[in-house]
Design a protein around this ligand. Structure first.
Ligand code: XUL
Ligand code: CO
Length: 437
């Protein structure tokens, strides 16, 4: 169409295709475990990375070639970006998108003006959504960019920053509802601290809980039915982010009575920064009944920051899909590409190569994960590893039938534990590898 004339709608052509503008694995209607791939994967593109990441870094100027953008901070320019984004979604067969309030519309001089700007751009989103049938996976608010949030937003030492953030999130939830959003994400931004010396941690954490409760209450008040998510990230921009990882976030939610209203949005690169593998983060959230959605990307093991690269590692996506399938798949959530092109990949066409790669890598991971599950080989090995819990003393412990006294008696009679079995990590890795085809 208008903005990407060199790209036709991307079609599935199969693994042997030589066409780099085709899917080799993502075949939206193909059934995997009885469900269409598109319904398993629920792909989403991030407006901020696609339309606003200009390629600048701390050492260099913007590099991205975006001929549709006049570079100004006007509402008209913000509106012009929207159909470009939707043309990209259409050509990629991408069913969902996500946005931050400040990515889609510029701030004005007052909150009132800023809200009015947002409304003007939201109108264009509504039109484009109606025209294309694309849907909003989740919305969120940028509570970290403006200097008024330099000390944080909900956890700021300044009450006014908290109040502004609340007003901003109120509006962002309203807009998300207006666009039929299926979720709303809290990501800490600057909800953390740099120096312990100047920080009242308990007070900040209490404020964060008050803030999230207000958001949840307001959503109920206006009838917003979308799912709330909390997105962990251990550092960057602050040294100690309160939303460090799944375990820390879930502890915070439970400690503050938010566990029934908020699930987790797990991002691969954030898991890595926390010193975890993403499958660990997903499984932790899933095991607690809180696996909601995924920000799909990849970091660079040699760089210690949030590089937000597109995922191209089939081992990674296979493990991710194994966890996601294990917990029954997505309901409200999906795979949102919170990923951007490298600054050297500056041409519009690179947006397509980037997303095609990410989509294909997840589709391939899904198919391999389904094969692994179908064979039951790995599952049976794990089951066998824990078999001492299926009968005898193990089953009694799990059933809560025994106490320390009984276990002492049992062990005094037995004298020593039964022979242990090998962990066979290398065998597990070999078996897993066997399926990567
Ligand atoms: C930041 C990040 C955010 C959240 C939404 O690292 O991942 O884009 O996904 O605010
Ligand atoms: Co993210």
């Amino acid at each position: 169409m208008a903005y990407f004339p060199e790209v036709e709608k991307i079609q599935y052509e199969g693994p042997d295709s030589d066409n780099n503008l085709a899917f080799r694995y993502y075949n939206p209607d193909e059934l995997v475990e009885g469900k269409a791939m598109k319904d398993h994967l629920r792909f989403s593109a991030a407006f901020w990375h696609c339309m606003r990441a200009n390629g600048s870094d701390p050492f260099g100027a913007p590099t991205m070639y975006m001929p549709w953008d006049d570079g100004s901070n006007s509402v008209a320019n913000a509106q012009k970006r929207v159909p470009v984004f939707f043309e990209m979604l259409e050509k990629l067969q991408m069913p969902y998108f996500c946005f931050h309030d400040r990515d889609i519309a510029p701030e004005g001089d007052t909150l009132k003006e800023t809200n009015a700007n947002l409304d003007e751009v939201v109108k264009v989103f509504k039109d484009e959504m109606a025209r294309t049938g694309k849907k909003l996976l989740w919305g969120t608010a940028n509570l970290f960019g403006n200097p008024r949030f330099m000390h944080g937003a909900a956890t700021s030492c300044h009450a006014d920053s908290f109040a502004y953030a609340a007003a901003q999130v109120k509006k962002a939830i309203e807009v998300t509802k207006e666009l039929g959003g299926e979720g709303y994400v809290f990501w800490g931004g600057r909800e953390g601290y740099m120096s312990w010396l100047n920080t009242d941690m308990k007070r900040e954490l209490d404020h964060l809980a008050i803030f999230m409760h207000m958001a949840v209450d307001y959503a109920k008040e206006i009838g917003f039915k979308g799912q709330f998510y909390f997105e962990p990230k251990p550092k960057e921009p602050t040294k100690h982010q309160y939303d460090f990882d799944s375990a820390a976030c879930i502890n915070f939610l439970r400690a503050n009575g938010l566990e029934n209203d908020v699930k987790m949005n797990i991002e691969t690169n954030h898991a890595t920064l926390a010193g975890h593998a993403v499958e660990h983060e997903l499984d932790y959230a899933g095991s607690q009944g809180m696996l909601g959605s995924v920000d799909a990307n990849n970091g660079d093991m040699l760089l210690g920051w949030d590089t937000d690269q597109f995922p191209t590692d089939v081992y990674l996506t296979t493990k991710m899909m194994l966890v996601i399938l294990k917990y029954g798949g997505f309901t409200t959530g999906g795979l949102n590409f919170d990923a951007k092109r490298r600054r050297e990949s500056f041409q519009p066409l690179d947006l397509f190569y980037a997303h095609i790669g990410g989509m294909d890598t997840f589709a391939r991971g899904l198919k391999i994960a389904a094969e692994i599950r179908k064979s039951g080989e790995l599952e049976n090995m794990v089951k066998e590893r824990y078999s001492s819990w299926d009968s005898g003393i193990g089953a009694d412990i799990e059933a809560g039938k025994v106490c320390f006294n009984c276990l002492e008696k049992y062990m005094l009679e037995k004298g020593e534990v039964a022979p242990l079995s090998s962990g066979r990590q290398e065998l597990y890795e070999n078996v897993f590898n066997k399926y990567i085809k």
